[in-house]
Design a protein around this ligand. Structure first.
Ligand code: HEM
Length: 141
C-alpha cells in the first residue's frame, strides 16, 4: 500500500504543478489553459484517493483534510467557471483569448476578460495556500 500511496502522491504533486505552471505560463496574462482546468480536477481526485489509502493505514488529520478539500473544491469551481467564461469570450471576442502581447493588452482593457483573469488569479493563490497547508500543517499523519 505504501508504494501505491507514493505513486498517487507523485500524481497529486504533478496536478498541483499543472495549476501553478499553467498560471505562470498564461494565467498571469489573464488566460486560463487546459493544464489549470485539469490540474484542478486531478488534485481533488488524487487527494481523495490519498485519503482513502490513509484511512486504511493510519488515522489522518480530518481537520486538515477537510480544509484542503474545501479549498480544492473552490479551486476546481473557479477553474470550471473561468474556462466556460473564456469559451464564451472565444466565440464573442476571439481577439481577447489568444497568447502574445497584443491580446494581453486587449484583455487588460476589457471588463469581460478581467472576469476570467481574476478567477484564474484566485485559483493560483488558493493553490499556493493549499500547498502551504499541506507542507506546514505537520500534525496530520
Ligand atoms: C489545490 C489542491 C491541493 C494541493 C495544492 C495539494 C497539495 C499537496 C501537497 C504539496 C502535498 C505533499 C505534502 C507532503 O507530503 O509534505 C499533499 C499531500 C496530501 N494531500 Fe493534497 N493538495 C490539494 C488537494 C487535496 C485534497 C482535495 C485532498 C483530499 C481531500 C488532499 C489530500 C492529501 C493527502 C492525504 C496528502 C498526504 C499524502 C501522504 O503524505 O501520504 N489534497 N497535497
Amino acid at each position: 500500500m505504501g508504494v501505491i500511496n507514493e505513486i498517487v502522491v507523485v500524481f497529486h504533486l504533478l496536478s498541483m504543478a499543472a495549476i501553478v505552471g499553467g498560471w505562470l505560463a498564461a494565467g498571469r496574462q489573464g488566460r486560463i489553459v487546459p493544464s489549470m482546468v485539469w490540474g484542478g480536477r486531478l488534485t481533488v481526485v488524487t487527494g481523495l484517493i490519498l485519503v482513502a489509502i490513509a484511512e486504511m493505514i493510519k488515522t489522518p488529520n480530518h481537520m486538515k483534510i477537510g480544509v484542503k478539500f474545501g479549498i480544492a473544491l473552490a479551486v476546481l469551481g473557479l477553474g470550471e467557471i473561468a474556462n466556460s467564461r473564456q469559451r464564451k469570450l472565444a466565440i464573442e471576442q476571439p481577439a481577447l483569448v489568444g497568447g502574445g502581447a497584443p491580446a494581453a493588452a486587449a484583455r487588460a482593457a476589457s471588463p469581460a476578460a478581467a472576469g476570467v483573469g481574476s478567477l484564474v488569479d484566485a485559483m493560483f493563490w488558493l493553490t499556493v495556500l493549499n500547498v502551504a497547508i499541506a507542507a506546514l500543517w505537520r500534525s496530520y499523519s
